[in-house]
Design a protein around this ligand. Sequence first.
Ligand code: SF4
Length: 92
Amino acid sequence: MNIDELFDFTSFTIDREPHIVLDPEVCKSCDIRGCTNCCPARCYSWSEDDQKMTFVYDGCLECGTCYVVCHRNAFTRWRYPRGGFGVAYRMT
Ligand code: SF4
């Protein structure tokens, strides 16, 4: 099963309060930005023109990959969504 197929088996209850928050200045000075390649949900995108990281948390799969790969610890918040919010996997 690939990641696109996985999305067919997921649903999201979006919290208006983001569970992951970035410090944009840290992302701007990062020389790797591994999150843009490693996030399976493609939540991160870097604009070279704007020198800006865009992060969309509402499709987050809560895998924790970005927390591990960010060597600059750019997060001002990284936690799982509050109870009742976030991704729900439905495999049957
Ligand atoms: Fe992407 Fe996983 Fe980080 Fe969510 S926890 S933003 S899915 S890498």
